[in-house]
Design a protein. Structure first.
Length: 338
């Protein structure tokens, strides 16, 4: 699939930022401007007729004004100008709608940049380290033999109603660079990345383990963005919690969740679901113990908007049951006998 101009430029910036860490802040700034320019370009392309209409209305307004030629002040012309006012009003309403759309997109980009402020590694960068071969070649993944318990570490339910236990501890393992996750999921994670690459799907990992301080920063920043758009604190808090998990209730804090994108689609948005990488993950992630954590149509259960890039480790057997039955982790854990 041929990349768009925006996707190609964003991909170059990300690769440059990963290769030269000191350039990463500048690359994030470039990505912001690239998306803004692309949105403006699309706006003008899709609203040419409306822009022409308002231009004509403005021209008519000029020639019909008091300082214009008296010949244009005829009653018939004034009647026409009045009809043009409705056209201009309709354009203004359309313009406001498109401005809001652009504002939402820019806000989403800002959130993506914030969440991707950590290191981001492609599958080639992650699997290039020779000491990972022992993980990739290890097929002895954990198995519960169909027996599950709500106390299983891999089934720990973390959401707004079930925050991370204060005494919860685990060992961190390195994915690449300073990017880490729960060490127990590394074998399955590396195997999944390798399998995807074998199928010519080149995944990239971002936002794995995230401590509570960073989660608080992301959440508070989102609240400020909404308040800057005129929402009250309570309204901003509610909107923020639908996109960024409330601090203390994020799966990123327990090292079992990570965001996955691809080398040719780097945006954390719903469009990822329709990419080759998004479809591959939805079909094959269960084979390696991962589930699509926040599926579409289950927002009323998870409390989080559809996130086709967010995957959570639960173990192969549990993942197979959850994905095959189209349920959520909440529903699965609820079904487990005490």
């Amino acid at each position: 699939m041929k990349k768009t101009w925006k996707e190609a430029q964003v991909s170059k910036c990300i690769r440059t930022g990963n290769k030269y860490k000191f350039l990463k802040p500048f690359m994030l700034l470039f990505i912001f401007f690239i998306v803004v320019i692309d949105r403006i370009r699309i706006y003008f392309l899709t609203n040419r007729k409306r822009l022409l209409g308002v231009g004509m209305s403005f021209l008519i307004f000029l020639v019909s004004n008091s300082f214009s030629t008296p010949a244009f002040q005829s009653q018939s012309f004034l009647t026409m100008t009045k009809s043009e006012e409705s056209v201009e009003e309709g354009f203004e309403n359309s313009l406001e709608t498109n401005e809001q759309y652009l504002e939402d997109k820019v806000e989403k980009l800002t959130q993506d940049i914030l969440e991707n402020g950590e290191e981001q590694y492609s599958v080639d960068e992650i699997l290039s380290n020779s000491n990972l071969k022992q993980f990739i070649q290890n097929d002895n993944f954990s198995s519960k033999n169909g027996k599950f318990s709500k106390g299983d570490w891999n089934l720990l339910l973390v959401n707004k109603q079930h925050p991370v236990p204060e005494d919860y501890t685990f060992e961190l393992g390195t994915i690449a660079g300073s990017m880490k996750c729960d060490a127990r999921i590394l074998p399955e994670l590396f195997a999944m990345l390798q399998a995807a690459r074998d199928d010519e799907v080149y995944l990239a990992v971002c936002s794995p383990y995230r401590d509570i301080s960073r989660q608080e920063m992301l959440f508070n920043r989102k609240i400020k963005l909404h308040m800057g758009n005129g929402y009250s604190y309570l309204e901003a808090y509610k909107k923020a919690s639908q996109i960024v998990t409330v601090p203390g209730a994020s799966e990123h804090q327990i090292g079992l969740a990570l965001d996955i994108i691809s080398d040719d689609y780097t945006s954390l948005d719903e469009g990822f679901a329709n990419t080759k990488a998004g479809k591959w993950l939805k079909e094959h992630s269960k084979e390696y113990g991962f589930i699509l954590r926040y599926p579409e149509g289950k927002e009323y259960i998870t409390g989080i908007d559809f996130e086709p890039w967010h995957f959570r480790y639960v173990g192969k057997e549990a993942a197979t049951i959850i994905m095959d039955n189209g349920i959520t982790l909440e529903e699965f854990v609820e079904s487990i006998a005490e």
